[in-house]
Design a protein around this ligand. Sequence first.
Ligand SMILES: Cc1ncc(COP(=O)(O)O)c(C=O)c1O
Length: 396
Amino acid sequence: MNTVEPRGRLGLRPAIENLTPQLIREVSLVGQGVPDVIALWFGEPDLPTPKVVRDAAAKALADGQTFYNPNRGIAPLREELAVYNSRLYGRKIETERVTVTPSGVQAIMQTGQAIIDPGDDVLAVAPLWPNCREIVHIMSGGCRTMMLDFKDGRWSLDLDRLFSMVRPNTRLLMVNSPNNPTGWTMTGEEQKAMIEFCRQRGIWIMSDEVYARLVFSGAAAAPSFLEHADPEDRVIVVNSFSKPWAMTGWRVGWLVHPPALAKTFEMLGEYNMSCATTFAQHGAVAALKFGEDFVAQSVARYRQGRDIVHQRLSANPRVRIGRPDGAFYAFFAVDGMTDSLKAAKDLVLKAHVGLSPGAAFGPECEGYLRLCFAKSAETVTTAIDRIEDFIAKEMK
Ligand SMILES: Cc1ncc(COP(=O)(O)O)c(C=O)c1O
Protein backbone atom coordinates (compact mmCIF):
# COMPACT_ATOMS: atom_id res chain seq x y z
CA MET A 1 0.00 0.00 0.00
CA ASN A 2 1.21 3.47 -0.80
CA THR A 3 1.58 5.34 2.51
CA VAL A 4 2.95 8.52 0.98
CA GLU A 5 0.70 11.51 1.71
CA PRO A 6 -0.69 13.18 -1.37
CA ARG A 7 1.39 16.31 -1.45
CA GLY A 8 -0.43 18.72 -3.69
CA ARG A 9 -3.32 18.93 -6.11
CA LEU A 10 -1.31 17.03 -8.72
CA GLY A 11 0.56 14.83 -6.24
CA LEU A 12 3.85 16.49 -7.15
CA ARG A 13 6.57 18.04 -5.02
CA PRO A 14 5.13 21.22 -3.48
CA ALA A 15 8.14 23.13 -4.81
CA ILE A 16 7.08 22.20 -8.33
CA GLU A 17 3.36 22.75 -7.85
CA ASN A 18 4.12 26.20 -6.47
CA LEU A 19 6.21 27.34 -9.43
CA THR A 20 4.87 30.52 -10.95
CA PRO A 21 4.46 30.99 -14.70
CA GLN A 22 7.01 33.25 -16.33
CA LEU A 23 5.13 36.53 -16.73
CA ILE A 24 7.12 37.64 -19.79
CA ARG A 25 5.90 34.55 -21.65
CA GLU A 26 2.39 35.21 -20.33
CA VAL A 27 2.32 38.67 -21.92
CA SER A 28 3.74 37.31 -25.19
CA LEU A 29 0.90 34.75 -25.31
CA VAL A 30 -1.64 37.59 -25.07
CA GLY A 31 0.03 39.04 -28.16
CA GLN A 32 -0.45 35.93 -30.29
CA GLY A 33 -2.64 36.82 -33.23
CA VAL A 34 -2.47 40.57 -32.59
CA PRO A 35 -1.42 42.12 -35.92
CA ASP A 36 1.73 44.26 -36.29
CA VAL A 37 2.86 43.90 -32.68
CA ILE A 38 6.34 45.32 -32.10
CA ALA A 39 7.70 42.57 -29.87
CA LEU A 40 10.17 44.01 -27.38
CA TRP A 41 9.34 41.58 -24.58
CA PHE A 42 12.07 38.97 -25.01
CA GLY A 43 15.76 39.70 -24.68
CA GLU A 44 16.90 39.11 -28.21
CA PRO A 45 18.08 41.14 -31.17
CA ASP A 46 16.24 41.37 -34.48
CA LEU A 47 19.32 40.47 -36.55
CA PRO A 48 20.11 36.83 -37.37
CA THR A 49 23.12 34.99 -35.99
CA PRO A 50 26.25 36.01 -37.99
CA LYS A 51 26.59 34.05 -41.24
CA VAL A 52 30.05 32.75 -40.36
CA VAL A 53 28.51 31.06 -37.31
CA ARG A 54 25.55 29.62 -39.21
CA ASP A 55 27.89 28.35 -41.95
CA ALA A 56 30.14 26.61 -39.42
CA ALA A 57 27.18 24.83 -37.83
CA ALA A 58 25.77 23.91 -41.26
CA LYS A 59 29.14 22.47 -42.27
CA ALA A 60 29.32 20.46 -39.03
CA LEU A 61 25.84 19.13 -39.73
CA ALA A 62 26.77 18.24 -43.32
CA ASP A 63 29.95 16.55 -42.03
CA GLY A 64 27.88 14.30 -39.77
CA GLN A 65 28.51 16.01 -36.41
CA THR A 66 25.18 14.68 -35.19
CA PHE A 67 26.14 12.42 -32.29
CA TYR A 68 26.61 12.78 -28.54
CA ASN A 69 29.69 14.68 -27.48
CA PRO A 70 31.52 14.91 -24.11
CA ASN A 71 29.36 16.04 -21.17
CA ARG A 72 31.36 19.24 -20.71
CA GLY A 73 31.45 20.14 -24.40
CA ILE A 74 33.61 19.49 -27.46
CA ALA A 75 37.33 20.05 -26.88
CA PRO A 76 37.76 22.79 -29.53
CA LEU A 77 35.00 24.87 -27.93
CA ARG A 78 36.27 24.47 -24.37
CA GLU A 79 39.79 25.35 -25.51
CA GLU A 80 38.58 28.37 -27.49
CA LEU A 81 36.52 29.53 -24.50
CA ALA A 82 39.60 29.32 -22.26
CA VAL A 83 41.55 31.46 -24.77
CA TYR A 84 38.62 33.91 -25.14
CA ASN A 85 38.12 34.40 -21.39
CA SER A 86 41.87 34.66 -20.73
CA ARG A 87 42.23 37.31 -23.46
CA LEU A 88 39.19 39.30 -22.37
CA TYR A 89 40.08 39.37 -18.67
CA GLY A 90 43.87 39.40 -18.82
CA ARG A 91 44.14 36.37 -16.58
CA LYS A 92 44.86 32.77 -17.51
CA ILE A 93 41.67 30.72 -17.38
CA GLU A 94 42.53 27.02 -17.70
CA THR A 95 40.41 24.84 -20.00
CA GLU A 96 39.81 22.57 -17.01
CA ARG A 97 37.66 25.32 -15.48
CA VAL A 98 35.38 25.65 -18.52
CA THR A 99 32.19 23.61 -18.94
CA VAL A 100 29.90 24.04 -21.95
CA THR A 101 26.20 23.84 -21.07
CA PRO A 102 23.06 23.64 -23.18
CA SER A 103 22.28 27.39 -22.61
CA GLY A 104 22.91 29.96 -19.92
CA VAL A 105 19.74 29.04 -18.07
CA GLN A 106 20.91 25.40 -17.91
CA ALA A 107 24.21 26.69 -16.51
CA ILE A 108 22.24 28.43 -13.75
CA MET A 109 20.17 25.29 -13.15
CA GLN A 110 23.29 23.12 -12.80
CA THR A 111 24.82 25.67 -10.43
CA GLY A 112 21.66 25.53 -8.32
CA GLN A 113 21.70 21.73 -8.37
CA ALA A 114 25.32 21.69 -7.25
CA ILE A 115 24.88 24.09 -4.32
CA ILE A 116 21.32 24.38 -3.01
CA ASP A 117 19.92 21.89 -0.50
CA PRO A 118 16.27 22.08 0.64
CA GLY A 119 15.91 24.95 3.09
CA ASP A 120 19.14 26.67 2.05
CA ASP A 121 18.99 30.41 1.74
CA VAL A 122 19.94 32.15 -1.48
CA LEU A 123 20.38 35.90 -1.46
CA ALA A 124 20.15 37.67 -4.80
CA VAL A 125 20.52 41.20 -6.06
CA ALA A 126 17.21 42.41 -7.53
CA PRO A 127 15.86 43.06 -10.08
CA LEU A 128 16.36 39.34 -10.59
CA TRP A 129 15.76 37.49 -13.84
CA PRO A 130 12.68 35.38 -12.98
CA ASN A 131 14.26 32.08 -13.98
CA CYS A 132 16.93 32.44 -11.27
CA ARG A 133 14.31 32.75 -8.55
CA GLU A 134 12.33 29.77 -9.79
CA ILE A 135 15.47 27.62 -10.15
CA VAL A 136 16.12 28.20 -6.43
CA HIS A 137 12.52 27.15 -5.76
CA ILE A 138 12.91 24.01 -7.90
CA MET A 139 15.79 23.07 -5.60
CA SER A 140 13.50 23.74 -2.57
CA GLY A 141 15.71 26.61 -1.50
CA GLY A 142 14.50 29.98 -0.27
CA CYS A 143 15.26 33.01 -2.39
CA ARG A 144 15.51 36.45 -0.82
CA THR A 145 16.35 39.55 -2.77
CA MET A 146 17.80 42.96 -2.14
CA MET A 147 16.83 45.67 -4.57
CA LEU A 148 19.32 48.00 -6.24
CA ASP A 149 18.86 51.65 -5.30
CA PHE A 150 17.69 54.20 -7.84
CA LYS A 151 18.87 57.76 -7.28
CA ASP A 152 19.46 60.69 -9.64
CA GLY A 153 18.84 58.52 -12.67
CA ARG A 154 21.35 55.83 -11.67
CA TRP A 155 21.06 52.34 -10.24
CA SER A 156 23.53 51.33 -7.52
CA LEU A 157 24.18 48.48 -5.11
CA ASP A 158 24.37 48.97 -1.35
CA LEU A 159 26.89 46.22 -0.61
CA ASP A 160 26.84 46.73 3.18
CA ARG A 161 23.08 46.31 3.23
CA LEU A 162 23.42 43.17 1.13
CA PHE A 163 26.07 41.74 3.44
CA SER A 164 23.95 42.57 6.50
CA MET A 165 21.18 40.40 5.07
CA VAL A 166 23.33 37.26 4.99
CA ARG A 167 22.12 34.55 7.38
CA PRO A 168 23.87 31.49 8.82
CA ASN A 169 22.13 29.28 6.23
CA THR A 170 22.93 31.53 3.26
CA ARG A 171 24.77 29.29 0.80
CA LEU A 172 24.79 31.36 -2.33
CA LEU A 173 24.83 35.00 -3.47
CA MET A 174 23.49 35.60 -6.96
CA VAL A 175 24.37 38.67 -8.93
CA ASN A 176 23.77 39.57 -12.56
CA SER A 177 25.85 42.34 -14.12
CA PRO A 178 25.31 43.99 -16.55
CA ASN A 179 21.88 43.61 -15.08
CA ASN A 180 18.74 42.52 -16.83
CA PRO A 181 16.62 44.68 -16.76
CA THR A 182 18.27 47.85 -15.34
CA GLY A 183 21.61 47.81 -17.19
CA TRP A 184 23.35 48.44 -13.84
CA THR A 185 26.96 47.29 -14.06
CA MET A 186 28.93 46.17 -11.02
CA THR A 187 32.39 47.68 -10.49
CA GLY A 188 35.57 45.64 -10.05
CA GLU A 189 35.90 47.07 -6.52
CA GLU A 190 32.43 45.81 -5.61
CA GLN A 191 33.29 42.40 -7.04
CA LYS A 192 36.50 42.26 -4.99
CA ALA A 193 34.61 43.18 -1.82
CA MET A 194 31.99 40.50 -2.48
CA ILE A 195 34.65 37.85 -3.10
CA GLU A 196 36.45 38.79 0.13
CA PHE A 197 33.21 38.74 2.17
CA CYS A 198 32.15 35.35 0.79
CA ARG A 199 35.65 33.87 1.04
CA GLN A 200 35.64 34.43 4.80
CA ARG A 201 32.25 32.76 5.20
CA GLY A 202 32.43 29.92 2.68
CA ILE A 203 29.51 31.35 0.70
CA TRP A 204 29.28 30.64 -3.03
CA ILE A 205 28.89 33.41 -5.59
CA MET A 206 27.08 32.86 -8.85
CA SER A 207 27.87 35.70 -11.20
CA ASP A 208 25.61 35.80 -14.23
CA GLU A 209 27.63 37.59 -16.91
CA VAL A 210 25.57 36.79 -20.01
CA TYR A 211 25.52 40.52 -20.96
CA ALA A 212 29.25 41.01 -20.31
CA ARG A 213 30.00 42.09 -23.89
CA LEU A 214 27.07 44.50 -24.18
CA VAL A 215 28.50 47.62 -22.53
CA PHE A 216 28.32 51.20 -23.78
CA SER A 217 31.45 52.63 -22.12
CA GLY A 218 33.72 51.61 -24.99
CA ALA A 219 35.28 48.81 -22.91
CA ALA A 220 35.53 45.34 -24.45
CA ALA A 221 33.55 43.89 -21.57
CA ALA A 222 32.02 44.72 -18.21
CA PRO A 223 34.09 44.02 -15.09
CA SER A 224 34.09 40.29 -14.38
CA PHE A 225 34.52 38.19 -11.26
CA LEU A 226 37.05 36.24 -13.34
CA GLU A 227 39.41 39.23 -13.09
CA HIS A 228 39.48 39.08 -9.31
CA ALA A 229 38.66 35.57 -8.10
CA ASP A 230 41.35 32.95 -7.60
CA PRO A 231 40.65 29.66 -9.36
CA GLU A 232 39.85 27.94 -6.05
CA ASP A 233 37.46 30.64 -4.82
CA ARG A 234 33.82 29.61 -4.50
CA VAL A 235 32.88 31.60 -7.57
CA ILE A 236 30.92 30.28 -10.54
CA VAL A 237 30.53 32.49 -13.60
CA VAL A 238 27.59 31.85 -15.93
CA ASN A 239 27.78 32.93 -19.56
CA SER A 240 26.10 32.29 -22.89
CA PHE A 241 26.37 32.68 -26.65
CA SER A 242 22.76 33.93 -26.78
CA LYS A 243 23.20 37.66 -26.35
CA PRO A 244 26.55 38.77 -27.87
CA TRP A 245 26.18 36.72 -31.04
CA ALA A 246 22.37 36.75 -31.43
CA MET A 247 22.20 33.00 -30.78
CA THR A 248 19.20 32.73 -28.45
CA GLY A 249 17.74 29.73 -30.30
CA TRP A 250 21.00 27.77 -30.35
CA ARG A 251 21.04 26.95 -26.65
CA VAL A 252 24.75 27.03 -25.92
CA GLY A 253 26.20 28.53 -22.75
CA TRP A 254 29.15 27.95 -20.47
CA LEU A 255 30.40 28.00 -16.93
CA VAL A 256 33.77 28.97 -15.49
CA HIS A 257 34.20 27.26 -12.13
CA PRO A 258 36.90 26.08 -9.72
CA PRO A 259 38.90 23.18 -11.20
CA ALA A 260 37.71 20.89 -8.39
CA LEU A 261 34.16 21.07 -9.81
CA ALA A 262 35.06 19.59 -13.20
CA LYS A 263 33.84 16.12 -12.28
CA THR A 264 30.71 17.54 -10.63
CA PHE A 265 29.68 19.40 -13.77
CA GLU A 266 30.56 16.39 -15.90
CA MET A 267 28.05 14.34 -13.92
CA LEU A 268 25.41 17.09 -13.76
CA GLY A 269 25.84 17.52 -17.50
CA GLU A 270 25.31 13.81 -18.03
CA TYR A 271 22.21 13.58 -15.86
CA ASN A 272 20.54 16.77 -17.12
CA MET A 273 20.97 16.90 -20.89
CA SER A 274 24.07 14.69 -21.45
CA CYS A 275 25.61 17.41 -23.61
CA ALA A 276 24.91 20.58 -25.60
CA THR A 277 23.95 20.06 -29.26
CA THR A 278 27.03 18.98 -31.18
CA PHE A 279 26.74 20.99 -34.41
CA ALA A 280 25.60 24.08 -32.46
CA GLN A 281 28.90 23.94 -30.56
CA HIS A 282 30.82 24.02 -33.84
CA GLY A 283 28.94 27.22 -34.65
CA ALA A 284 29.90 28.57 -31.23
CA VAL A 285 33.60 27.98 -31.99
CA ALA A 286 33.20 30.18 -35.09
CA ALA A 287 31.47 32.88 -32.98
CA LEU A 288 34.54 33.06 -30.73
CA LYS A 289 37.02 33.02 -33.61
CA PHE A 290 35.29 35.28 -36.12
CA GLY A 291 32.46 37.04 -34.24
CA GLU A 292 34.21 40.11 -32.80
CA ASP A 293 33.08 42.44 -35.60
CA PHE A 294 29.50 41.37 -35.02
CA VAL A 295 29.77 42.16 -31.30
CA ALA A 296 31.20 45.62 -32.04
CA GLN A 297 28.52 46.39 -34.63
CA SER A 298 25.78 45.14 -32.31
CA VAL A 299 26.96 47.29 -29.41
CA ALA A 300 26.97 50.37 -31.69
CA ARG A 301 23.45 49.52 -32.86
CA TYR A 302 22.14 48.89 -29.34
CA ARG A 303 23.71 52.14 -28.15
CA GLN A 304 21.63 53.93 -30.76
CA GLY A 305 18.49 52.11 -29.54
CA ARG A 306 19.34 52.95 -25.95
CA ASP A 307 19.83 56.64 -26.73
CA ILE A 308 16.54 56.94 -28.60
CA VAL A 309 14.59 55.29 -25.78
CA HIS A 310 16.37 57.20 -23.06
CA GLN A 311 16.10 60.61 -24.73
CA ARG A 312 12.43 60.18 -25.50
CA LEU A 313 11.25 58.63 -22.25
CA SER A 314 13.37 60.73 -19.89
CA ALA A 315 11.75 63.82 -21.45
CA ASN A 316 8.33 62.54 -20.43
CA PRO A 317 7.52 63.99 -16.98
CA ARG A 318 5.45 60.92 -16.07
CA VAL A 319 8.28 58.47 -16.72
CA ARG A 320 11.21 57.58 -14.44
CA ILE A 321 14.11 55.98 -16.26
CA GLY A 322 17.87 55.53 -15.88
CA ARG A 323 20.40 55.39 -18.70
CA PRO A 324 21.63 51.79 -18.87
CA ASP A 325 25.39 51.21 -18.90
CA GLY A 326 25.03 47.72 -20.32
CA ALA A 327 22.71 44.91 -21.54
CA PHE A 328 19.95 45.93 -23.98
CA TYR A 329 16.96 46.91 -21.89
CA ALA A 330 15.25 50.08 -20.74
CA PHE A 331 13.52 49.70 -17.37
CA PHE A 332 11.10 52.49 -16.60
CA ALA A 333 8.30 53.39 -14.22
CA VAL A 334 5.21 55.35 -15.19
CA ASP A 335 3.48 57.63 -12.69
CA GLY A 336 0.30 56.04 -11.42
CA MET A 337 0.94 52.62 -12.98
CA THR A 338 0.61 50.04 -10.20
CA ASP A 339 -0.20 46.81 -12.08
CA SER A 340 2.58 46.17 -14.57
CA LEU A 341 1.14 42.85 -15.81
CA LYS A 342 -2.16 44.51 -16.69
CA ALA A 343 -0.35 47.47 -18.26
CA ALA A 344 1.83 45.18 -20.38
CA LYS A 345 -1.21 43.21 -21.56
CA ASP A 346 -3.11 46.42 -22.36
CA LEU A 347 -0.10 47.77 -24.24
CA VAL A 348 -0.11 44.69 -26.47
CA LEU A 349 -3.81 44.75 -27.15
CA LYS A 350 -4.32 48.52 -27.51
CA ALA A 351 -0.95 49.91 -28.61
CA HIS A 352 0.50 46.80 -30.28
CA VAL A 353 3.80 47.01 -28.41
CA GLY A 354 5.08 44.05 -26.44
CA LEU A 355 6.93 44.87 -23.22
CA SER A 356 7.74 42.82 -20.11
CA PRO A 357 6.00 43.57 -16.82
CA GLY A 358 8.29 44.70 -14.04
CA ALA A 359 6.51 42.28 -11.68
CA ALA A 360 8.27 39.42 -13.52
CA PHE A 361 11.50 40.56 -11.82
CA GLY A 362 10.11 40.40 -8.31
CA PRO A 363 7.58 42.30 -6.19
CA GLU A 364 10.09 45.15 -5.75
CA CYS A 365 9.84 45.81 -9.48
CA GLU A 366 6.09 46.34 -9.64
CA GLY A 367 5.29 49.63 -11.34
CA TYR A 368 8.02 49.17 -13.95
CA LEU A 369 8.06 47.97 -17.54
CA ARG A 370 11.02 46.55 -19.49
CA LEU A 371 11.69 47.24 -23.13
CA CYS A 372 14.35 45.45 -25.22
CA PHE A 373 15.96 48.01 -27.53
CA ALA A 374 18.14 45.55 -29.51
CA LYS A 375 16.24 46.52 -32.65
CA SER A 376 16.57 48.98 -35.54
CA ALA A 377 16.28 52.71 -34.80
CA GLU A 378 13.09 52.77 -36.84
CA THR A 379 11.46 49.95 -34.85
CA VAL A 380 12.45 51.51 -31.53
CA THR A 381 11.17 54.94 -32.60
CA THR A 382 7.79 53.57 -33.71
CA ALA A 383 7.50 51.62 -30.45
CA ILE A 384 8.16 54.74 -28.37
CA ASP A 385 5.60 56.71 -30.40
CA ARG A 386 3.01 54.07 -29.55
CA ILE A 387 4.03 53.84 -25.88
CA GLU A 388 3.85 57.63 -25.41
CA ASP A 389 0.47 57.73 -27.06
CA PHE A 390 -0.70 54.92 -24.76
CA ILE A 391 0.64 56.66 -21.65
CA ALA A 392 -1.15 59.88 -22.61
CA LYS A 393 -4.47 58.28 -23.47
CA GLU A 394 -4.76 55.12 -21.38
CA MET A 395 -2.68 55.77 -18.24
CA LYS A 396 -4.34 58.87 -16.90
C1 LIG B 1 20.10 37.58 -16.79
C2 LIG B 1 20.01 36.41 -17.69
N1 LIG B 1 20.72 35.30 -17.40
C3 LIG B 1 20.69 34.22 -18.17
C4 LIG B 1 19.92 34.20 -19.31
C5 LIG B 1 19.93 32.93 -20.09
O1 LIG B 1 20.23 33.01 -21.43
P1 LIG B 1 20.26 31.71 -22.33
O2 LIG B 1 19.56 30.62 -21.60
O3 LIG B 1 19.58 32.09 -23.60
O4 LIG B 1 21.69 31.39 -22.54
C6 LIG B 1 19.15 35.31 -19.66
C7 LIG B 1 18.26 35.30 -20.82
O5 LIG B 1 17.46 36.18 -21.05
C8 LIG B 1 19.21 36.45 -18.83
O6 LIG B 1 18.52 37.56 -19.10
